[in-house]
Design a binder for this molecule. Structure first.
Ligand code: RNT
Ligand code: ZN
Length: 415
C-alpha cells in the first residue's frame, strides 16, 4: 500500500473526488506527440532549411538525422509518459526509397509506409500536417499565392495529404486529424489583404472539394497572428479561420502561441465549444513571441487543462503538443512537455468544478477565491506518483536518468 496515495485519496474524497476513477480517466486521454521536436522541424524531404516564420534555436547534440533515429527517439519519449498517445507527422517526414524522391504535390500513402507500420505496432493513430513551408515554392505565399502555378501546386499538396490522412485512418483504425497551417503573410503593410484571403479560401475549398470520409479524417485549420518576417499581416488570421471553419464545417485548431501575448487560449475554449462540435489544440509555450518553448506546468497550461476537463467535452478535443527546442536534450523536451500537460490534466481532474461553479453562481466570491487557492496545496503529486506507478513509467525522480542514459549510449554517438 502506498501511504502517500492513501492520504491523498482521503483528502480528495473530502471534496468529492474519486482519485481511483481519475487515474483510469487520465490514462485514456490521448496526447498527440509531434514528431518535429526530434529533428528541429527539418524532415526528410528537403535540404534542411526551416522557413515559414518559425524558428528552432539551440545546438544541443543528438538531433535525429534519419527516420530510424527519429523513430528510436520517439519510442524512448513515449515510453516515459503513461497513457494513450498518437503520433503527429508532417508531410515533410515522407520516407523515400533509395534514389527515390517526389515533390510534395505527388506524395502518396506509400511514402509513409514505415510510419504506418511503426504506429500500428504500437497501437497508435497518426495525425497529419501538410507542409506548406521549407520548400522552394514556399518562399512567398502558398495557398494564397497570386501565382496560379504556385497556388495550384500547394492545392495538390493539400489534396495529396488528405488522401494520406485517410489512409492512416484506414490502416490504424483510428481517425486522423489533418491540420492545415500556412505561413502566408506580409512583413510590411499589405496593399491588398482581401485578395490573398479570397485565394486562401478558394484553395481550401479546392482541397476539401476532392471529398473525404469525415469519420476518418478530421480536418482542422490553425490560425496565427504573425510570424518572423510576417509581422504586419497573416492571411490565415483568427477571424479568417473562424469564418472558414464555421461555414465549411471543419474544426478550429488553436495554438496558444498564435495570439497576442495577453490573449489567453484558456478563455477561448468554452466559447469555441459552444458553437463547434469539435475542437483541436496545439499546446505550446510562447515566451514573448511564438517561440515554441517546452511546455511547462505553468498557470496557462493548467488553465487550458482546466477548461478542457470542466467542459465535460474532453472527447471532443484533439490535444496535440507543438514546440521545438534545440537547446536541451530533445527527448527530454518531449517527455517534459508530455508529462507536464498530463499533470495539468490530472490537476484539472482532481478539481471539484461543480462545487466551485456553484460558489460562483451563488456569488460567494471570497469562498471561491480561497477554495481555489486552497486546492493548490492538495497532494496531487502523490496521485501523480501513483499514476506513474500504475502506468509502469518512471517516477519524477527517475525518468531523467533514463533519458541521460539514452543520451550517453545513443544520442552522443550520432556525432
Ligand atoms: C506554426 C504552427 C504550426 C507548426 C507546425 C510545425 O506556428 O504552430 O503548427 O508549428 O506545423
Ligand atoms: Zn501549431
Amino acid at each position: 500500500m502506498n501511504a502517500a496515495y492513501e492520504l491523498a485519496k482521503e483528502k480528495y474524497k473530502s471534496v468529492g473526488i474519486d482519485t481511483d476513477a481519475v487515474l483510469e480517466r487520465l490514462r485514456r486521454v490521448g496526447i498527440s506527440m509531434h514528431c518535429w521536436q526530434g529533428d528541429d522541424v527539418i524532415g526528410f524531404d528537403n535540404d534542411g532549411a526551416l522557413s515559414g516564420g518559425i524558428q528552432t534555436t539551440g545546438n544541443y547534440p543528438g538531433r535525429a538525422r534519419s527516420p530510424k533515429e527519429l523513430m528510436a527517439d520517439i519510442d524512448k519519449a513515449l515510453s516515459l509518459d503513461g497513457g494513450a498517445h498518437k503520433l503527429n507527422l508532417h508531410a515533410s517526414y515522407a520516407i523515400f526509397g533509395e534514389g527515390e524522391w517526389v515533390d510534395r504535390d505527388a506524395l502518396l500513402p506509400e511514402h509513409f509506409e514505415p510510419w504506418v507500420e511503426f504506429a500500428i505496432e504500437r497501437g497508435m493513430g497518426i495525425d497529419f500536417n501538410p507542409t506548406f513551408f521549407s520548400h522552394p515554392k514556399a518562399e512567398g505565399l502558398t495557398l494564397s499565392s497570386p501565382d496560379e502555378e504556385i497556388r495550384s501546386f500547394w492545392v495538390r499538396h493539400g489534396q495529396a495529404c488528405l488522401r494520406i490522412a485517410e489512409y492512416f485512418a484506414e490502416r490504424t483504425g483510428i481517425p486522423s486529424v489533418m491540420n492545415i497551417w500556412i505561413p502566408d503573410g506580409f512583413k510590411d503593410i499589405p496593399a491588398d489583404r482581401l485578395g490573398p484571403r479570397k485565394r486562401f479560401a478558394k484553395s481550401l475549398d479546392e482541397i476539401l472539394g476532392i471529398g473525404y470520409d469525415k469519420e476518418k479524417v478530421l480536418v482542422t485549420l490553425e490560425s496565427k497572428v504573425f510570424g518572423i518576417g510576417l509581422e504586419s499581416c497573416t492571411v490565415g488570421s483568427a477571424e479568417f479561420a473562424m469564418g472558414y471553419m464555421l461555414t465549411r464545417g471543419i474544426v478550429p485548431l488553436m495554438d496558444n502561441g498564435h495570439y497576442h501575448p495577453t490573449e489567453m487560449v484558456s478563455d477561448k475554449i468554452s466559447s469555441m465549444l459552444l458553437f463547434c462540435p469539435k475542437l483541436a489544440l496545439h499546446v505550446t509555450r510562447a515566451v514573448r513571441w511564438d517561440s515554441d518553448h517546452v511546455v511547462r506546468l505553468d498557470d496557462e497550461t493548467m488553465e487550458i487543462a482546466k477548461e478542457i476537463v470542466a467542459s465535460g467535452r474532453i472527447d471532443d478535443i484533439a490535444i496535440a503538443l507543438d514546440y521545438f527546442d534545440a537547446s536541451v536534450n530533445r527527448v527530454a523536451a518531449w517527455v517534459q512537455g508530455l508529462r507536464n500537460f498530463r499533470k495539468a490534466l490530472l490537476i484539472a481532474m482532481l478539481t471539484p468544478h461543480e462545487l466551485l461553479a456553484e460558489m460562483q453562481d451563488r456569488g460567494e466570491t471570497t469562498e471561491l477565491l480561497v477554495t481555489q487557492e486552497r486546492l493548490k496545496s492538495y497532494p496531487w503529486g502523490a496521485v501523480w506518483d501513483k499514476y506513474c506507478e500504475v502506468c509502469s513509467v518512471p517516477s519524477e525522480e527517475d525518468w531523467l536518468c533514463e533519458v541521460m542514459r539514452y543520451e550517453r549510449e545513443v544520442l552522443l554517438k550520432r556525432g
